[in-house]
Design a binder for this molecule. Sequence first.
Ligand code: ADP
Ligand code: MG
Length: 142
Amino acid sequence: MIERKNIDNENEMLALGQNLAAHWHAPLMVYLLGDLGAGKTTLVRGWLRGLGYQGIVKSPTYTLVESYHFAGQSIHHFDLYRLTDPEELYYIGLEEYLQPQSICLVEWPQQGKGVLPAADIIIEIAIKGSAREVMISQPSVR
Ligand code: ADP
Ligand code: MG
């Protein structure tokens, strides 16, 4: 466990994403855990803003992945909710997303179990009414 945070509203979740963007750098695999509506996509929006991205961040629910290329980096935002088999990740060209300058932020990583590389950071969001409890851990450093 690195830290546990209480996030009272959407703006605080955006701010957390921005802070994480300042502290973690490519290459990076981030698992985002939490129910629908927990705030995973909101955190990704904050992360992208933290890196200076000003545009729209769409939820990749149907496309599985949305990529953002700027400032010499690639941020790949995955949402594997609709993945029916982890092997499908090979068909979307997973290897191309795993580059030294890539940050992968993955919602529903459980769906890619066995194919998706291990996480460098796991961010788990629990819904507590209108607030959220966020737990951040680094599985390789216990
Ligand atoms: P997910 O990607 O986990 O399904 P989203 O980020 O798309 O979730 O949606 C989270 C929703 O919850 C947004 O509509 C956001 O406004 C709302 N929300 C309410 N309270 C919070 C909070 N404390 N932190 C993050 N989002 C919150
Ligand atoms: Mg989402």
